[in-house]
Design a protein around this ligand. Structure first.
Ligand SMILES: [Zn+2]
Length: 261
């Protein structure tokens, strides 16, 4: 499932491909992914304009055009942008395809149909309406500490709560908490100021390092927790013994019962 680092990689991919290319047609093959718009509206607002810049907030991407319309993409469980020219490069599940100048195409590929496309004019209004909190890479330490202190939930639930901090999902919440030596069920409001500072720095470190590795989970160091998720008997990378596996917030969670308190 795409989380902040994955979406940041998508952003860079789009910046190196679709900018600044003009849009000549929009084809919709599955309307499920259209959140607040229609094919005629997408055509009316986008055709004749060009993609000019890409902005990320949390797990959301915004594609600015040289017109008033902004295209928002959320990738759900399995979504990804695919840029191609030759028909044989067409992805397997294109739900919306933007035809661009010179025969290029940008497909919103989304196998499980949980991704969404919005058309909007004001990003701040969109973030308010959808109650999306500050981006995890841009939140400052004071606001982060406030979110921690005001929370009644456990740390993992808080990190994954998009209304408080936007961008972190299941996998990176576990990785950040492992690095910070904190248990996913540790009550957020019980953190000391020193632990809060550590968690804030570790959150940024994990997200930035993941982006530097192109969000490719196969490239993460063996000192990280994430590579253990696919192992038959996951063990603590610090050598403490077996990792614990359980549900937190209904999501499969890994942590070390010895070095995370
Ligand atoms: Zn351990």
């Amino acid at each position: 499932m795409p989380e902040l680092p994955d979406v940041e990689v998508f952003k860079r991919y789009l910046e190196s491909t679709v900018l600044p290319k003009s849009i000549t047609d929009v084809e919709v093959t599955d309307y499920t992914v259209l959140a607040n718009t229609t094919q005629p509206a997408l055509q009316r607002e986008l055709v004749g304009n060009a993609f000019m810049s890409v902005q990320r907030h949390g797990k959301q991407l915004f594609l600015h055009t040289d017109g008033p319309a902004i295209l928002a993409m959320h990738f759900g469980m399995t979504g990804k942008p695919v840029y191609y020219r030759q028909p044989e490069k067409k992805p397997e599940h294109p739900r919306v395809t933007f035809t661009l100048e010179e025969g290029y195409r940008l497909a919103f590929d989304c196998q499980r149909l949980l991704g969404r496309i919005h058309l909007l004019k004001d990003i701040d209004a969109f973030l308010r309406t959808h109650e999306i909190g500050p981006d995890a890479l841009r939140i400052d330490e004071g606001d982060f500490a406030e979110a921690i202190q005001n929370s009644r939930s456990g740390l993992k639930s808080l990190l994954m709560d998009q209304t408080r901090i936007a961008g972190i999902g299941n996998v990176y919440a576990d990785e950040i908490l492992f690095r910070a030596h904190l248990s996913p069920r540790h009550k957020a409001a019980r953190l000391t100021p020193a632990q809060t500072t550590t968690l804030y720095r570790d959150m940024k470190y994990v997200l930035e390092q993941a982006i530097a590795q192109q969000a490719d989970r196969n490239r993460y160091p063996r000192t990280w927790l994430t590579p253990q998720r696919t192992k038959k008997s996951p063990g603590c990378p610090r050598g403490c013994g077996p990792l614990r596996q359980g549900k937190v917030n209904g999501r499969t969670t890994y942590w070390c019962p010895k070095c995370q308190e």
